[in-house]
Design a protein around this ligand. Sequence first.
Ligand code: NZQ
Ligand code: ZN
Length: 383
Amino acid sequence: MYSFEYRNPVKVIFGAGTISKIATEIPKTAKVLITYGGGSIMKNGVYNQVKEALKDHESYEFGGIEANPEFETLMKAAAVVKEKNIDFLLAVGGGSVLDGTKFIAAAAKYEGEDAWDILAKGASISASVPLAGVLTLPATGSEMNMGAVVSRREFKLKLAFLHPLSYPQFSVLDPNVMESLPVRQKANGVVDAFIHVMEQYLTFPNEASIQDHWSEGVLKTLSCYGERYVLEDFNYDIAANVMWAATSALNGIIGLGVPQDWATHMIGHEITALHGLDHAQTLAVVMPGMMRVMFDLKEEKIRQFARNVYSISNEEFDLELVIEKTEKFFQSLGVKTKLSDYGIEEKDIPAIIENLAKGNEIKLGEKGLVNAEKVELILKSQL
Ligand code: NZQ
Ligand code: ZN
């Protein structure tokens, strides 16, 4: 196991009826900006719960943060933060609103010329507005991590930044908010969380037994509850398990002291930037190809995954069987797994690779072995 340091400062407030607790978590003297997306919170009662809880706070609102949050929109929100001297941001939404709010918080305090540099050049951040979240869509883990992904459609770019100042101060996770989720978003959440685990687990063995068992536990929970959560009527306990699985998948804990991959995500982000697929849709296409093309590197962990998650013994092991089981799981949720399902053809692959390279040599994955040639093979294997 590699050495590590771990500190996750996010206070998680989990359970039914917990949104009201924001009233006491946010300082009474704070000027709060509530950020949200396209309006789902108006229809499912979450907005009313937040407003009720903040009735004694001075609060403002900024809505319209898109799925795959757009830089231009976030800069408008950062201007509001400065103009109104906002000193607390409350993100109410899914990963896009949370990520967008992390960027707004950093951009509002950024002293350089152009806040785009935080994403494009990894420019350092020395201050950020404190923020918190009311999660409405379990998927990304953004509610308990320090990452954010921002898109700039005019440049066809989707870029990430990570900073300890971006950790939410607290996140409220009330599984009841999941009742209003459309099937597509529920399915996306399960797939995204599943792949977050795979990115930290499906690498090479590193004598990290606890992390492996945690990972397998999250994968089994998602496999066990995924279909019922997505396809059947709302059930609180199933929702609660999926919600906590999604948070656990990317709050840092399963990735401690182990090698990490993330190539599927990096390729997936380019597919979203160029073709507009949902984040999870890209992952469901790329991961099966990654398992196939990078098998030599990942063999031991793929066998362990097959054994401990799918109960496929070493004698029964067959790579294509494991890949098929994984694709079938995504498909059973309604998430397609081939590029052609989204109208992407072989001729589109070079542009994806070029966007990914951004003029540099591609060296992704746990050992930097996923190069341009491998990316091409991965995408071709999923046509
Ligand atoms: O915008 P509104 O109206 O709220 O509707 C949203 C949106 O249309 C809707 N929704 C959310 N909660 C709802 C709801 N509809 C009904 N009832 C509810 N309770 O769902 C749609 C999608 O929301 P979005 O926030 O975009 O989804 P998700 O949580 O999957 O976030 C995706 C973004 O997160 C990034 C992705 O790249 C993508 O930009 N990621 C962030 C990560 C991180 N911070 O660690 C890691 C991930 O790998 C990922 O890259
Ligand atoms: Zn993801």
